[in-house]
Design a protein around this ligand. Structure first.
Ligand code: FEO
Length: 178
């Protein structure tokens, strides 16, 4: 059992994670159209991750006998100025999600809701990783520069980033099962 305030706040988080999933999907489509295959693959992967983040909260709400609301979504942007702009927006969105998770943790303490606090620990860690990842990608893009051949190197780099994220995830899943 959780409070109505917590139920509403978690539903708000569902909405934020769902929007991130749609947002990154729109970015993937734009990158694909621009011939940035590696960036598109990375963003498709990230979009699916965000859906998983949303679903975890969905199931948690059911588990604690609260109501998970399927959110209505605004249309995400379909056009972007550049690949650097795409990852700047990813980083900005991740910072917003982190702030929202921190606010949720604050509500847990205010309401002595230690079950939800425990549930949110995974998100606290995940946000640290995701923010760090987005910032790292953005720094790399800035370093490589944009235009002509740079786009080729950025895209190659994105494939490497995706491979290392997937390998880390597979290792973590293997560890969980051990
Ligand atoms: Fe689920 Fe990237 O925030």
């Amino acid at each position: 059992m959780i409070s109505k305030t917590m139920e509403a706040a978690l539903n708000n988080q569902i909405s934020l994670e769902a929007y991130a999933s749609q947002y990154y999907l729109a970015m993937a489509s734009w990158c694909d159209r621009e011939g940035m295959e590696g960036a598109a693959e990375f963003l498709h992967f990230q979009s699916l991750e965000e859906r998983e983040h949303m679903m975890k909260i969905f199931h948690y709400l059911s588990e604690v006998d609260a109501f998970a609301i399927t959110p209505a979504m605004p249309q995400p942007p379909l056009e972007f100025d550049s690949v650097q702009e795409v990852f700047r927006l990813v980083y900005e969105h991740e910072k917003k999600v982190t702030q929202s998770i921190n606010d949720l943790v604050g509500i847990c303490y205010k309401e002595n809701d230690y079950n939800t606090l425990n549930f949110l620990q995974w998100y606290v860690e995940e946000q640290r990783e995701e923010e760090n990842l987005a910032r790292g990608i953005l720094d790399k893009i800035k370093l490589i520069g944009e235009g002509g051949q740079s786009l080729y190197y950025i895209d190659k780099e994105m494939k490497k980033v995706l491979a290392s994220v997937q390998a880390a995830e597979a290792a973590a899943e293997g560890g969980e099962g051990a």
